[in-house]
Design a protein around this ligand. Structure first.
Ligand code: KIV
Length: 299
């Protein structure tokens, strides 16, 4: 999809599974990051409720509200042209029944600009998925380590390690697919289980901590870029250490402010009326440079 610049739709993603082309998905939470990840060539951008942890500083995703999700989805939608935009349904915006799910999902599409929604859960969510699909709302499922069930799981723990749990995940993925989900996220499960699910269901699997045999992969952008230090799960590959680089950039700025090295004339506006202007050390003020499209307007 990278070079073609055509709009990525749920059909594109299903075609990618059929042709064996891997799907690249990441999270984003604002327009600037959405532009960056799209320029990087991702197929799918997820506004994950992980924003509770990486943006809001919470310990879990549970307190994130639907209004907060809509706010971030709307910002991300403004930054995208080609990638498919998925919004997470936050905790308790859909578990209370298919009609509530429809209202919540509808708001993510109408107000947030999303093109599909993601919800967590397996077999128990199949009727809800079917209801959403019936009214034309594409749904991505999510099984395995489902962060909205953190308390039931006893922490963010790998799932599917025993027979019963692996069976439940397999049945869940099948049920979501049968109900009409267009893709299923597999999070925090053994790679052999992910390979089995991927081989069995007809829609793409998107893995996170689920090994290399999924049809696609997703990472939280703060993990991928090395911004987030609170948790460092084994499955995360950090492609940069932007947190460290941002800290050094900020300390360079602080040092230059303290020493007076910043700002220079280059970053200043020159000509105040001579009657008012205070004398400055050094040469006469230079005329203001031509105004750029972005920046202060001289007040
Ligand atoms: O909330 C999120 O970012 C997610 C992904 C990690 C799959 O659900």
């Amino acid at each position: 999809m990278v070079g073609s610049k055509s709009k990525v739709t749920v059909r594109t993603l299903q075609e990618m599974k059929r042709s064996g082309e891997r799907i690249a998905m990441v999270t984003a939470y604002d327009a600037t990051m959405a532009r960056i990840v799209e320029a990087g060539g991702v197929d799918v951008v997820l506004v994950g409720d992980s924003l509770g942890m990486v943006i809001q500083g919470l310990d879990t995703t549970l307190p994130v509200t639907l209004d907060e999700m809509i706010y971030h989805c709307r910002a991300v939608a403004r930054g995208l042209k080609h990638a498919h935009l998925v919004g997470d349904l936050p905790f308790l915006s859909y578990q209370t029944g298919p009609e509530d799910a429809m209202r919540s999902a509808g708001r993510l599409l109408k107000e947030g600009g999303c093109e599909s929604v993601k919800l967590e859960g397996g077999e128990e969510m199949a009727p809800t998925v079917a209801r959403l699909v019936t009214v034309g709302i594409p749904v991505m499922g999510h099984v395995g380590l489902t962060p909205q069930s953190v308390h039931a799981m006893g922490g963010f723990r790998v799932q599917g390690k025993d027979d019963a749990s692996a069976e439940r995940i397999l049945r869940g993925a099948r049920a979501l697919c049968d109900a009409g989900a267009y893709a299923v996220v597999l999070e925090g499960i053994p790679l052999t289980l992910a390979a089995r699910v991927t081989a069995e269901i007809s829609v793409p699997t998107i893995g996170i901590g689920a090994g290399p045999h999924c049809d696609g992969q997703v990472l939280v952008i703060h993990d991928l870029l090395g911004f987030f230090d609170e948790l460092r799960p084994k499955f995360v590959k950090r492609y940069d250490e932007l947190g460290e680089r941002a800290r050094s950039a900020v300390s360079a700025y602080v040092a230059e402010v303290r020493s007076g090295e910043f700002p220079t004339r280059e970053h200043s506006f020159g000509a105040a009326p001579p009657r008012i202007a205070a004398p400055t050390p050094g040469s006469e003020p230079e005329p203001d440079p031509p105004r750029k499209a972005y920046g202060p307007t001289g007040c």
